[in-house]
Design a protein around this ligand. Structure first.
Ligand SMILES: *[C@@H]1O[C@H](CO)[C@@H](O)[C@H](O)[C@H]1NC(C)=O
Ligand SMILES: *[C@@H]1O[C@H](CO)[C@@H](O)[C@H](O)[C@H]1NC(C)=O
Ligand SMILES: *[C@@H]1O[C@H](CO)[C@@H](O)[C@H](O)[C@H]1NC(C)=O
Ligand SMILES: *[C@@H]1O[C@H](CO)[C@@H](O)[C@H](O)[C@H]1NC(C)=O
Ligand SMILES: *[C@@H]1O[C@H](CO)[C@@H](O)[C@H](O)[C@H]1NC(C)=O
Length: 331
């Protein structure tokens, strides 16, 4: 992620036909919500929080090409794993690691992988978590690993650039290189994709404006907002941002999915304590609970609250109850 505060201004927003003034209603139940989550060895008890019921979360990604072991027995139909090709491969034209992993999940493990994400913030430096990739190299990897997956019927997302202006430039360069690689003397071809991932750290106006800019550049494609939050702000504006964005994403038919960057404890958050979905003690904050489709907890992300914490044993029991109808559970 890269904190991003630029906005294109109200004039640009007003010019967008699909920009609708946000309503003030609170969070609603949503089938678009997913989890972006990297299990942390120091707080493994948190893993089960995201799959306790009731929950609105229907899918997850972990920046990797294979499921998180703790969730790998959950059926795709309940909690869909979306593999990601995070960054470079040592030989872009011949290294088939990503294709082989995903095709293996489908063909050998019988897992219904229906979507993949590609390159995490390739326009961003590695010290901010970007994969810092040259767009030519990325295009070569797309041709070797992604196009064969499309032939298996997997829907693919464009690379997920940062919210900075470098993102769109990078994507245009990438598509240009990709087109050159697959075109022949006789025929000009374009690389195809099914949805456009968006990352955003900043306020709501900036987010809506950024989405508008991408919608104009990639017409008739759906969007996935795969990382977003209002970073390093006070609690009230952070919660207001959460509410208004969730309502916006849920209302727009061309937003297919979204995942809030915040499934960690406030004590390890790199987007500010108030943006985290867990308190320092591992309790769901208001935003965390709302994101799962539940009433707020009143837990202050910074201080934590006196609510009892959920034990891993209790959550495993809940999980077992949830998935008891399938034969796939094997913790
Ligand atoms: C966000 O929505 C929740 C749930 O509807 C509501 O209780 C809360 O007051 C809202 N907060 C802000 C700042 O909009
Ligand atoms: C493919 O590239 C990755 C990343 O550079 C590397 O870890 C892996 O060993 C390579 N695989 C093969 C088969 O060369
Ligand atoms: C695989 O998943 C997709 C989308 O999640 C769904 O439309 C499709 O029906 C699933 N296929 C099977 C065989 O379950
Ligand atoms: C490829 O994309 C370019 C730029 O968007 C467009 O002008 C062109 O018509 C496309 N070509 C094909 C064959 O789709
Ligand atoms: C987008 O979809 C609309 C309605 O289906 C169609 O009229 C329009 O030509 C499409 N635009 C592009 C650029 O594909």
């Amino acid at each position: 992620m890269i904190p991003q505060r630029t906005t294109l201004g109200a004039a640009f927003l007003a010019a967008l036909p699909f920009f609708v003034a946000p309503a003030t209603a609170g969070p609603l139940a949503s089938s678009k919500r997913g989890l972006v989550y990297v299990p942390n060895d120091k707080t493994r008890g948190d893993d089960s929080i995201w799959v306790q019921q009731p929950s609105d979360l229907t899918w997850y990604y972990n920046y990797k090409d294979v499921p998180s072991p703790v969730y790998e027995n959950l059926p795709q139909s309940k909690f869909e794993f979306v593999p990601m090709l995070w960054g470079g491969l040592d030989n872009p034209t011949t290294n088939m690691t990503f294709y082989n992993k995903v095709a293996g999940l489908i063909n050998d493990n019988g897992i219904n992988i229906s979507h993949v994400l590609t390159f995490n913030e390739p326009d961003g430096p590695s010290y901010y978590g970007g994969s810092d990739m040259n767009s030519q190299t990325a295009a070569e990897i797309w041709v070797s690993n992604i196009i064969p997956l499309q032939k298996l019927g997997v829907r693919v997302g464009l690379p997920a650039c940062t919210g900075a202006p470098s993102g769109l430039t990078w994507l245009k360069d990438f598509l240009g290189h990709c087109s050159k690689l697959i075109s022949t003397d006789k025929e000009t071809k374009n690389c195809t994709y099914d949805f456009v991932p968006i990352h955003w750290y900043g306020n709501f106006d900036g987010l809506a404006s950024h989405m508008g800019e991408y919608a104009a550049e990639f017409p008739n494609k759906t969007m996935w907002i795969t990382e977003y939050n209002l970073a390093n702000e006070e609690l009230e504006p952070t919660q207001a941002f959460y509410n208004i964005s969730a309502e916006y994403f849920d209302r727009l038919p061309w937003v297919e999915r979204y995942s809030l960057f915040g499934s960690f404890r406030s004590s390890v958050s790199n987007v500010g304590a108030n943006a985290a979905m867990l308190s320092a003690g591992g309790q769901l904050t208001d935003i965390g609970a709302w994101y799962l489709g539940r009433p707020g907890t009143g837990v202050n992300p910074k201080t934590g609250a006196a609510l009892p914490s959920v034990t891993p044993q209790a959550t495993l029991a809940l999980l077992a109850a949830l998935f008891a109808t399938t034969s796939l559970l094997s913790f």
